[in-house]
Design a protein around this ligand. Structure first.
Ligand SMILES: CCCCCCCCCCCCCCCCCCCC(=O)SCCNC(=O)CCNC(=O)[C@H](O)C(C)(C)COP(=O)(O)OP(=O)(O)OC[C@H]1O[C@@H](n2cnc3c(N)ncnc32)[C@H](O)[C@@H]1OP(=O)(O)O
Ligand SMILES: NC(=O)C1=CN([C@@H]2O[C@H](COP(=O)(O)OP(=O)(O)OC[C@H]3O[C@@H](n4cnc5c(N)ncnc54)[C@H](OP(=O)(O)O)[C@@H]3O)[C@@H](O)[C@H]2O)C=CC1
Length: 519
C-alpha cells in the first residue's frame, strides 16, 4: 500500500462540501485508496425535500461510487452524515454531533463554498469567509486534529498577473468586512460591492481571497494548508476518464456549443486555458493532507493546482479540440451545427451575437409560434449570453502561477505514491494529452450530464448532416433573394451579374470545344 494511502487508515476525516463536485471525488478517492479509514464525517444540509440519508444514498448509488462499493462494500457504514448549515452562525450542528466531531476528527478538508459569480456579497461572505472562520474555531477545539486543508481558488488573486504560493493582503481587513455585513443593509452593500471587489471580476474571487486571509490570521497553532485549483474540469483518469456532474466552468459552455446554441464567444485565443482535471486536484489534496499532518510545516503552505505552467493549452487550441471531439461524439438534437467564432472586440461580439444568437432564436421562436407552440429560444439565448458575460473575464486573461510547493510535495512522495496517488498529476507534457482529455470530457458530458445513449451517435451525426444541408440551402436562398433584389434596383449589380454570366458562358464553351477536339 502507498505511504499516503496507509496514512489515512484508521483516520476520522471531516469533509465540508462533500455533496459538491470536488467533495464527492475527494470522498470517492479516499475510500477507494484507503478503505481502512475509520469514518468520513460529512457536513450536509437537507435539500430539495431530501433527508441527509437520502442525499448520501443518492451519492453512493451514483456511477462515481461503483468502484468504491466493490473495494469497500461497507462504505455506507463509514460515512457519517452530520446535519449542518454553514450559512447559520452556529453552523446548525447539534451538541452531540459537535462533541463527536471535536473528539474524533483527525483531518479536515474544507471544500464547501458558494462558487456562484453573481452571489450577493453578504451571501458570499457568509459562506466563503464566516463559515471558514467558524470551522477554524471548531478545528482549534479538536483534540486529535492533525491537519486542516482549505480549498481556495487559483483566482482568489486574479487581479494580479503573476501569482505566487503566498497570501496577498486585502485592502480591507476581513474582520471589518464580516462586522459590516451585520449592520449594513442590502442596498448599501450593493452600492459598496464594486468598490470592495476593486479590480476582481466578482464577489466569488473576492470572498475566496478574504477566506484565505482569515485562515492566515486566525489559524493559530493549527496545522493548515491551502490548495488553489484553477478551472476544475472533468476527471482525467479516476475513477474513470471524463467523469463530470455539473455545468460549472467550461462544461456548460461545451454543452451550449455542442448543442449549437453557442456560436460565438468573446475570448482571447492566445490566452491560456488553465483547466485542471478534478482527479488531479483531489490527488494533490490527499497528498497535501498527508504532508501537512506528517511533516507539520512551520508556516501555512499554499499549493497551486494549475496546468498552464506545466503544459499550457491556449483557448484557441482548446476550442479546436472541442470541435474535433464533437465530430466523433456529437450531442443529440442539436439546434445548429457546432461551430464557435472567437471574437475579440465589442463590435464583432455584438455583430455575431445579433447574427448567430439572436437572429436564429427569433426565427426559431417565430416558427414555434406558427406551429402553435410556446416560443422559448430567445429567453434561453439571453440566459446563455448572461452566463457568458459572467465567465468572459476568465477566457480573456492569462495568469502565471508558481508551483514550487506543489513540485516540492511531488518530490517528497515515494515512487509508489507518485504512481498511485499522483498518477493524473504526471504532467500532460505532450499536447496529445489535451486531445485525449477533451475527447473524454465531451464523452463524459454526453454520458453523465446529458444522459445520452452512445448508441444514438449515428443518428446524431445524421441530424448534423441534415442541419448542414439546411444551412447551405438557407444561405443559398438568402444569397439569391438579396441578389435578386439588388439586380432589380441597381444597374451596377446588373452589369456585374451579366459579366459573371458571360465569363461562365465563355468558360463552358471553351471547355466543350476542347473536349470535342480531344475526341
Ligand atoms: C469552439 C468550441 C468552444 C467550446 C467552448 C470552450 C470552452 C470555453 C469555456 C470557458 C469557460 C471559462 C470558465 C471560467 C471559470 C472560471 C472558474 C473559476 C474557478 C473557480 O474557482 S469557481 C467554480 C466555477 N464556478 C462557476 O463556474 C459558476 C458560474 N455560474 C454562475 O455563477 C451562475 O450559474 C450564473 C452564470 C451567474 C447564472 O446564474 P442564474 O442565471 O441565476 O441561474 P443558474 O445558475 O440556475 O443557471 C441559469 C442558466 O444558465 C445555465 N448555466 C449556468 N452555468 C453555466 C455555465 N457555466 N455554462 C453554460 N450555461 C450555464 C444553466 O444551465 C441555466 O440554464 P437554463 O436553460 O436551465 O435556465
Ligand atoms: N469547480 C471549480 O472550477 C473550482 C472550485 N474551487 C473550489 O473548490 C471547492 C469546491 O467547489 P465545487 O465542488 O466545484 O463546488 P460545488 O458548488 O459543486 O459544491 C459546493 C459544496 O458546498 C456545499 N454548501 C454550499 N452551501 C452550503 C451550506 N450553507 N451549508 C453546507 N454546505 C454548503 C454544497 O452543498 P449542497 O449540495 O447542499 O449545495 C456543496 O457540497 C470550493 O471551495 C471552490 O471555491 C476552486 C477552483 C475551481
Amino acid at each position: 500500500m502507498s505511504m499516503v494511502a496507509a496514512f489515512y487508515s484508521n483516520k476520522s476525516i471531516l469533509i465540508t462540501g462533500a455533496t459538491g463536485f470536488l467533495g464527492k471525488v475527494l470522498m470517492e478517492k479516499l475510500f477507494r485508496t484507503s478503505p481502512q479509514l475509520k469514518v468520513i464525517y460529512i457536513l450536509i444540509r437537507p435539500k430539495a425535500g431530501q433527508t441527509l440519508q437520502e442525499r448520501v444514498f443518492q451519492i453512493l448509488n451514483s456511477k462515481l461510487f461503483e468502484k468504491v462499493k466493490e473495494i469497500c462494500p461497507n462504505v455506507h457504514e463509514k460515512i457519517r452524515p452530520i446535519s449542518a448549515d454553514l450559512n447559520q452562525s452556529d453552523l446548525a450542528i447539534s451538541k452531540e454531533d459537535m462533541q463527536e466531531l471535536l473528539s474524533g476528527t483527525n483531518i479536515v478538508f474544507h471544500c464547501a463554498a458558494t462558487v456562484r459569480f453573481d452571489a450577493h456579497l453578504r451571501e458570499a461572505v457568509q459562506l466563503n469567509v464566516i463559515a471558514t472562520q467558524k470551522l477554524l474555531l471548531m478545528a482549534s477545539q479538536m483534540s486529535k486534529l492533525e491537519a486542516f486543508i482549505h480549498i481556495s481558488t487559483a483566482f482568489s488573486n486574479c487581479n494580479l498577473k503573476r501569482i505566487d504560493e503566498v497570501i496577498y493582503p486585502c485592502p480591507v481587513e476581513p474582520r471589518k468586512i464580516i462586522d459590516s455585513m451585520e449592520w449594513l443593509d442590502d442596498a448599501i452593500i450593493d452600492e459598496i460591492t464594486p468598490k470592495l471587489i476593486g479590480d476582481r471580476p466578482n464577489t466569488y474571487t473576492y470572498t475566496k481571497a478574504l477566506g484565505e486571509m482569515v485562515i492566515h490570521q486566525e489559524s493559530g497553532n493549527l496545522n493548515v494548508a491551502i490548495i488553489r485549483p484553477s478551472i476544475v474540469g472533468a476527471s482525467w483518469q479516476e475513477p474513470f476518464p471524463g467523469w463530470i456532474d455539473n455545468i460549472n466552468g467550461p462544461s456548460g459552455l461545451i454543452i451550449a456549443s455542442g448543442k449549437g446554441f453557442l456560436r460565438s464567444l468573446r475570448a482571447t485565443p492566445m490566452a491560456i486555458a488553465d483547466v485542471i482535471p478534478v482527479d488531479t486536484v483531489v490527488n494533490l489534496t490527499i497528498a497535501v493532507g498527508w504532508y501537512t499532518a506528517v511533516h507539520r510545516p512551520k508556516s501555512t503552505l499554499i499549493y497551486h493546482s494549475t496546468s498552464g505552467n506545466l503544459n499550457p493549452c491556449l483557448w484557441h487550441d482548446m476550442g479546436l479540440k472541442v470541435l474535433a471531439a464533437f465530430e466523433k461524439i456529437p450531442f443529440e438534437r442539436a439546434f445548429r451545427r457546432p461551430y464557435v467564432d472567437f471574437t475579440t472586440n465589442n463590435f464583432t461580439t455584438q455583430y455575431w451575437n445579433a447574427v448567430s444568437h439572436w437572429a436564429p432564436a427569433i426565427i426559431y421562436d417565430f416558427y414555434l409560434r406558427l406551429t402553435g407552440r410556446k416560443p422559448r429560444m430567445l429567453k434561453l439565448m439571453n440566459r446563455l449570453l448572461r452566463t457568458i458575460s459572467m465567465l468572459e473575464y476568465f477566457i480573456n486573461h492569462s495568469w502565471e502561477w508558481s508551483t514550487n510547493n506543489t513540485e516540492m510535495l511531488l518530490s517528497e512522495l515515494s515512487p509508489e505514491d507518485q504512481r498511485v496517488i499522483l498518477l493524473p498529476l504526471c504532467r500532460p507534457s505532450h499536447a496529445n494529452h489535451w486531445l485525449e482529455y477533451i475527447e473524454n470530457y465531451v464523452l463524459g458530458i454526453k454520458k453523465y450530464l446529458l444522459k445520452e445513449d452512445l448508441a444514438g451517435i449515428p443518428k446524431a451525426k445524421e441530424h448534423l448532416r441534415r442541419l448542414r444541408n439546411i444551412h447551405y440551402l438557407f444561405n443559398t436562398a438568402l444569397f439569391l433573394i438579396v441578389w435578386r433584389l439588388l439586380i432589380a434596383r441597381s444597374q451596377t449589380a446588373r452589369n456585374v451579374w451579366f459579366l459573371i454570366m458571360s465569363f461562365c458562358y465563355k468558360f463552358l464553351s471553351y471547355f466543350r470545344a476542347s473536349s470535342a477536339l480531344k475526341v
